[in-house]
Ligand binder design. Structure first.
Ligand code: GUN
Ligand code: FE
Length: 476
């Protein structure tokens, strides 16, 4: 370990570290010491015999730096609380400008929901930047409070309103992808743009958002993302131009795919020369390893195979899909094809600003899929708590191509994390006889940890997320 200088920020953490490095694997490292220097994990050891000495040595080594020590080791003994660090959540699909509408959707489905609730609100925030700033701050703060450390946002159709969202993410410390909504065809008269403006605005945003990072001493902390709203509202030539920008400047892409049947019909009427909805994106150069496809509910086998072949990723949005009655995404089917899958809140199609709630709903929706299939196959469709937590972290990192940076606690990765506290005095009751073990048998102890994590997934909310860090900066 190298000595630190006076400008360095050092975090010494001791306690339980839980993460999901593989699908359905819960990794629990207890009595673990982690050293974070300037936001990166530089040391991690779960076999420290003399903790106090090690912490003292580390403090001395980094005496010149700004050092903070967080030691959670005795919390259960002292106050009946179980504390553990968990990787920050990754929300791969969220409409920042729709935040005021969460919970408001009545009995609408996608296309009438867009007309009635969504376009008027986005229009308002595309022109009233004061209002937009207020809303964007709220949504960033609310998602951070819920443990979301990385998020992919749709802003509005307006360039300035998009730039504002990127700036606020940098200021408030949320790792983000920020996109200007593109819609230059079949869109309402009061909320539309020209092909030329769309292309020019996007080129400009790629440069200006990347430059903005430097003003905050960052690199790629907030990234631009090309955001054609969905095929029926974007001209073919515009999609092609966005495809060119994506390739030339290595910019990710986000859009919606196969959310409802009436949407699919509209797409096929608009693009009769393409074989299916997924092919519309493929035919217009928008399907690649940097593409994030929200929903993907009603795909054919051919379409799923195409997504796998192009290595695009899926954002599964189960709260939204249940709320505006879009359908049930067959996540196991996608995973078995080897497709990258993650979770999205899809606010305000989804009402919850929480990826924990989204994970819970994903688990339940998988059971609805299972109840419709035969017994044997049905069981296979069920997702476990560990699997939905994987989608919420490592899955999201995969879809956003951030696997070497976030998603687990490993050497060299960014410290994007949340501290979870359940038990005495929290919203999640656990009884001490459910936690303590009379035996040292590893499996038994693992079982207890599985119970703890399951209770958190089903009963927890933002109150159990007591601290949050992004790249080592404490944001809650
Ligand atoms: N399809 C096109 N626009 C939208 C949107 O804003 N939300 C959702 N859920 N689907 C869409
Ligand atoms: Fe959406």
């Amino acid at each position: 370990m190298n000595q630190s200088s006076s400008n360095d920020k050092v975090l010494i953490l001791y306690g339980n570290f839980v993460d999901t490095p593989k699908l359905n694997q819960l990794r629990v490292r207890t009595e673990t010491l982690v050293l974070v220097v300037n936001g990166k994990i530089v040391f991690i050891d779960d076999s420290i015999s003399n903790k106090q000495k090690m912490i003292a040595d580390m403090k001395q080594l980094h005496a010149k730096a700004d050092v903070q020590v967080i030691d959670n080791s005795n919390s259960f003994k002292e106050n009946g609380k179980v504390k553990f660090f968990f990787p920050g959540f990754i929300d791969t699909h969220c409409h920042a400008a729709q935040y005021p509408n969460i919970g408001i959707f009545g009995n609408t489905t996608l296309l009438d929901w867009l007309e009635k609730y969504t376009f008027p609100l986005e229009k308002e925030l595309s022109t009233n930047l004061e209002k937009a700033e207020y809303v964007y701050k709220k949504v960033i703060q609310k998602t951070l409070q819920n443990g979301t450390t990385t998020i992919s946002y749709y802003a509005t159709i307006d360039k300035e309103s998009t730039r504002l969202l990127a700036k606020l993410c940098l200021e408030l410390g949320q790792r983000a992808f920020v996109g200007k909504v593109c819609m230059d065809m079949n869109s309402p008269d009061y909320y539309t743009e020209s092909h030329e403006d769309c292309v020019e605005d996007n080129k400009e945003l790629v440069t200006s958002i990347r430059t903005m990072n430097q003003n905050y001493g960052k690199s790629k902390f907030v990234e631009p993302i090309l955001t054609p709203r969905f095929a029926p509202m974007v001209q073919g030539k515009t999609m092609k131009e966005l495809g060119k920008i994506s390739k030339e400047f290595q910019v990710p892409i986000q859009t919606h795919l196969s959310e409802t049947f009436s949407e699919i019909e509209l797409v096929m009427e608009t693009f009769p020369n393409s074989k299916d909805y997924t092919s519309v994106y493929k035919d217009h150069d928008l399907l690649n390893e940097r593409t994030v496809l929200a929903h993907c509910i009603h795909l054919s086998d051919d379409e799923a195979n195409m997504i796998k072949k192009e290595n695009a990723g899926v954002s599964h949005c189960p709260v939204s899909n249940s709320s505006i009655t879009s359908g049930e995404c067959r996540v196991r089917w996608l995973l078995e094809k080897g497709i990258k899958v993650s979770l999205g809140t899809d606010m305000s199609g989804g009402y919850a600003p929480s990826i924990l709630k989204t994970a819970r709903q994903g688990l339940l929706v998988s059971r609805h899929v299972a109840m419709k299939t035969s017994d044997e196959v049905g069981d296979r469709d069920k997702l476990s708590t560990n699997e939905v937590l994987y989608l919420a972290t490592v899955g999201g990192a995969g879809v956003m191509n951030l696997n070497s940076i976030v998603g687990t606690f490993d050497l060299g990765m960014s410290f994007d994390a949340q501290l979870i506290e359940i038990g005495e005095g929290t919203n999640v009751d656990v009884f001490d006889w459910q936690l303590t073990s009379s035996s040292d048998d590893y499996n038994l102890i693992m079982e207890k940890w599985q119970d703890i994590v399951d209770k958190w997934v089903f009963l927890g909310d933002d109150r159990e997320t007591t601290k949050v860090w992004v790249e080592g900066r404490q944001v809650k």
